[in-house]
Design a protein around this ligand. Sequence first.
Ligand SMILES: [Ca+2]
Ligand SMILES: [Ca+2]
Length: 420
Amino acid sequence: MSKPSAMLGRGKAKLAVAAHPMLIISTTSSHTRTTSGNFFDDLMNQIPLPRWAIYVIVAVGILLILLCCLCICIKCCCKGKKKKKFQRDEQINLKGVDGKTSTVLVQPDVVDVDYGSTKVYRGKLLYSLEYNAALSELTVGIKQANNLKAMDLGGSSDPYVKLYILPEKSKTYETKVFKNTLSPVFNEQFTFQLPRSSLLKSTAVMKVFDFNRFTKHQVIGELRLQLGDVDWNHVIEEWQDLAEPAKFEDENLGEICFSLRYVPTANKLTVVILEAKNLRSMDFGGSSDPYVKVQLTLDKRKWKKKTTSIKKKTLNPYFNESFTFEVSFDQIQRVNLVVSVWDHDTVTRNDAIGKVFLGCNASGNQLRHWADMLSNPRRPVAQWHSLLSAEQVNSTLALKKRIPVPNKVKESPLFEKHFK
Ligand SMILES: [Ca+2]
Ligand SMILES: [Ca+2]
């Protein structure tokens, strides 16, 4: 019995187990060696579940872990894309929305970068102007725009035009919004009631905006037309390049009345600052302490300057102060008269309330006053002027390249010493 059992190989050990107790030890030892290599089999045996069920549970577990990883990845990637999606939604929802819709600032301004750069091409606008003197009616047509600057991330804009007349600004019109285009065709007309006398001293402002549903509307560019310069015998229809939007506010700054008198034989220019009214309040408590600077520039340079007394706490000061300058007949053609109203402050720097400039290169109402003075020698000619913001007057003077010296240089003590 023992002989055949000894002949048996390891594979048949189980048969021998029952027959011989000696072999039990050897077989069990060999069995332990096998399970240490196959730990998982043993583990599975201990779980009171069928093999297929265990495999299913493990597979589901791995699948869940993979899904979690995938979710994290997608979340990370989406952060970047969200902004673009926002923009797309905005354009889709634009239908039927006009410019009057109040906007809520949901995301911070992204497109604010271009402000201040002057040489950006902003596109052009086709407008028409017509004045009906019998009805005192000005009709402004906003026809179309071309090649507008793209303000949205997708490389397009949603243009509309705001239109008003300065200085009254009694009415502000808006065209419809055209979504996702840089060449909108507006074809809209707007009428203003404007007597001829105010027409000639008014400015038509056309501002092209980019509509945004969730962020502040951006100015693409603007046109400012001095209506005193327009030949009203014809209907005007023309293209003009949009300019950089003005940084100054179109506010009612007040009016000033002064008289001008030129005596060529005596080489004397006399400016009488009479009064001002409805001045903007600059001080806490709704008042100002106005005074007036009367300045002459000659050949684009600061030349002479005189100042009135300060009137305390009033928005309607009465000055009646006279200033005489020696100006030869040769010089009067090259002179600009700059009249500016200031608010005096004892502690802080004095602020400019508003400004006007007159001279042969002025326009509208200001040019008319200057021309009246020249054509009526020896006679004082008084007139009211609406104040413009100092920035606006300075930019106009600079724009016409009449005063090429930058203001900062002109106000430096060195300049005063050389040119005063
Ligand atoms: Ca837009
Ligand atoms: Ca003050």
